[in-house]
Design a protein. Sequence first.
Length: 281
Amino acid sequence: MTIIVRCEECEKRYRVPDNRAGKSVKCKECGTILLIPPLDEPPKSRHGTDLLRHEPRTREFELAPGNEVHLEAISAHIEKHIGPVNMVFHEILSDLGHSDSHWVKPSQERPWHTLVTSGMSDRPMTVPDVCQDLRFAELLIQLPKTWKISQEAFADEENYWPVRLLKVLARLPHEYDTWLGSGHTVPNGDPAERYAENTAFSCALVLPPLNFGDDFHTLPLDNEQSIHFYSVVPLYPEETAYKLDFGLDKLLALFSRHNIQEVVDLKRTNTGRRKKWFGLF
């Protein structure tokens, strides 16, 4: 196991063995003394957010339980608040959590595709004690109306990666006994890699689905539980770094300034890229 440490002065990153936990090292770039965090304390971003890294999975395949009551309730909830479900892309064999994707086509009111998961909420997530009401969740991603959506189109990873992303995120809390909630970011690997050749996005930000009314955000169930719905917004690497350095509110302020929307736009502005100034002084 290795620990990743970043110098706050020059932003150089280092991987150090876990036997150096609690000790100090000198940055080779700028000479700053870096404190290696203890193993029982997760490393923190510059903004103070815990950085959680999951070890490779060791648990065996575990067949997803399935929950017909949740499925019917989620389907009705989607149709009530978003629109008719055109198709459901089913998983044939599911590990830990079933992850289907409900597809709502673009409409005049909402001119974009919406894909909503079902199955993530079949199991409760492992949440902090103060967040017990957030144990059940589902995810959605919004795609431009020009996006190719069909079983045939999904043979191309450049079309399929948003669906794959939903499946990975929906299964993650159950694989690693953790949780997803508003403001969480999940990189595509460590180090993060782009989702596909047609995009530089490499991280997912979880947010409330602001393109839909408040009544959609939470689905109350008969057993006094509730399913919470979150929108997945892909990030550029520079935006992920900016969020870790300065916090979610600062990143969202950048989004607002550049009019960044929840609908995926492969050509949108990279709000985390710092401008370089050239000239004679």
